[in-house]
Design a protein around this ligand. Structure first.
Ligand SMILES: Cc1cc2nc3c(=O)[nH]c(=O)nc-3n(C[C@H](O)[C@H](O)[C@H](O)COP(=O)(O)O)c2cc1C
Ligand code: SF4
Length: 488
């Protein structure tokens, strides 16, 4: 654990002061002193590679909204969010949010579904985004929009808030206990998996017909695709060897290629993970979670329930299998890769570094910049090994006022091809065009990682930036505001 105190980045007044703090923490996050504007900016440079064109280096990472209808159609909240993504200035829209390939695979009862009955709703979302983009940017040249396809697996909760209906691939000694799954709880059969693979194919065909530029076969954050990669202990053709654990990816990709030739495929991958964390009971009190500590894992060494983790100490990462996985993507002709880490359910400090925890999280036990650096460095290492892949990086929102300087340096130095943002776009939708066009950075709109966009859905409300977006402030219940405030 770092002994340097956690610094509130909102109180840091200069890039030099920010760099001094990075030095004190011993972090090698690249950071430029001066921002280049307009076409001189590395962030304004297009990507033209492997038959793909993307107009600049900003990407929006997917963010589920928990605000669709019970049958998986978008609501007005959803339409508004996609429109805001459209006018952000980013030319790569990765997502815009996880869309389930079937009802049973929804992560919440309000998640969007890709199916025949939602065709018109998804078309409306796409059109709204493109129209806003054209209006704001003048044209949609170089705009690439994907649809993130998901099955939530262990984190399925399709029918009722607070009533999870996990679809698991293997028994997990820590997560099963945290989720109260009995020893008899069923694992998905190979036959059920084959059915889910067909649902991915159907959803991809729909996305292609609607005009999405690519589909993401989601492999991150503890959901089904990601769980396959750690299914070391599963028997049969989808578990055990690396070949078996990646069979799902290959079968989904092959089917998409056959049914929707010409549709690009991307993969969002948790390229490393850690064991699950929880609030330290010794430092927690009711309603006030303490700092995170790792769940007991010493009795589980060598650790066989993770992907991208060190078997001898699962708090640490090991990228050896991530390298193998990216090689496989190259072999499959998949060149769009979005790298993230961990899971929002069991180790949010690495997945979305934050100063304030969501209602089911824990306080940071070290400066969240350490986790930001860990993601940037992992992406840097993988980018060096895979120069041809188009790699999007993640976890830049925590950098707050210094994100433009870090984003510019990371792209300029070739650490990453495209810088991907989640939360920052919820609070500050025009952030990318402000940076690219050299307009004043609107410090008041910068995401301060209050986590209300995660806490709200955990409390039955649509996800949105309650503290900084007046649209949500109006609809926030007094109860949510109380829960959220108590955590700050
Ligand atoms: C409210 C919310 C919803 C999210 N939903 C998704 C999702 O549907 N799919 C996904 O791959 N990541 C999802 N994420 C993760 C983000 O894409 C991103 O990886 C994470 O927020 C870290 O990036 P940031 O620091 O820029 O916010 C979500 C994050 C938030 C805050
Ligand atoms: S609620 Fe707003 S400020 Fe808080 S983490 Fe989400 S986007 Fe950032």
């Amino acid at each position: 654990m770092s002994t340097t105190a956690i610094l509130r980045l909102g109180s840091v007044r200069s890039v030099d002061e920010f760099k001094e703090h990075l030095n004190a923490l011993g972090l090698t996050i690249p950071c430029d002193g001066e921002l280049l504007r307009g076409t001189d900016s590395p962030l304004a440079q297009p990507i033209v590679r492997e038959g793909i064109q993307i107009g600049n280096r900003f990407a929006i990472n997917p963010m589920e909204g928990w605000d669709g209808t019970s049958d998986g159609l978008p609501s007005e909240h959803t339409v508004r969010r996609w429109q805001r993504f459209g006018r952000s200035g980013a030319k790569l829209i990765w997502g815009c949010e996880a869309v389930a390939v079937c009802h049973e695979g929804r992560a919440n009862p309000n998640q969007l579904v890709a199916a025949a009955h939602t065709r018109a709703g998804l078309a409306r979302l796409l059109e709204g985004l493109v129209q806003e983009h054209r209006q704001a940017a003048g044209s949609d040249d170089g705009l690439l929009i994907g649809l993130q396809l998901t099955h939530s697996g262990r984190y399925s909760c399709p029918n009722q808030k607070g009533r999870p209906e996990p679809r698991i691939l293997y028994r997990h000694p820590i997560l099963d206990r945290r989720m109260n799954l009995s020893a008899e709880y069923p694992v998905l059969t190979d036959g059920e998996i084959e059915g889910i693979i067909e649902e991915f194919h159907g959803a991809a065909v729909l996305a292609n017909e609607l005009g999405f530029g690519f589909v993401d076969i989601k492999h991150c954050h503890g959901y089904l695709g990601h769980e396959f990669l750690s299914a070391h202990t599963r028997e049969g053709k989808y578990g055990g060897s690396f070949e078996n654990r990646t069979r799902f990816l290959r079968e989904v990709a092959q089917g998409i290629r056959a049914a929707a030739p010409g549709l690009q495929i991307g993969v969002r991958l948790s390229c490393f993970d850690t064991v699950a964390y929880r609030p330290d009971p010794a430092l927690s009190s009711p309603g006030k979670p303490g700092p995170g500590i790792a769940e007991e894992f010493q009795h589980l060494i060598p650790y066989r329930w993770g992907f991208g983790v060190d078997e001898s100490d699962p708090r640490k990462s090991d990228l050896a299998e991530s390298v193998r996985f990216l090689s496989l993507l190259e072999e499959l002709g998949i060149s769009l890769v979005n790298l993230t880490a961990g899971s929002p359910y069991y180790n949010p400090h690495i997945q979305r570094p934050a100063l304030y925890p969501p209602s089911d999280g824990y306080l940071p036990f070290q400066d969240p910049l350490i986790e930001v650096a860990r993601q940037l460095e992992a992406v840097h290492e993988l980018k060096q090994r895979f120069p041809k892949l188009i790699i999007v990086g993640t976890a830049y929102s925590y950098l707050q006022d210094f994100m433009p300087q870090v984003a510019q340096a990371a792209v300029r130095l070739g650490w990453v091809d495209s810088v991907g943002f989640g939360r920052m776009v919820l609070s500050y939708p025009e952030v990318f065009s402000d940076v690219l066009e050299g307009r004043d950075f609107q410090h008041k709109l910068v995401c301060r990682t209050f986590s209300d966009c995660t806490t709200a859905p955990r409390n039955g409300l649509p996800s949105g930036c309650y503290p900084l977006d007046s649209y949500y402030k109006k609809s926030a219940s007094a109860e949510l505001l109380k829960v959220a405030k108590a955590r700050r």
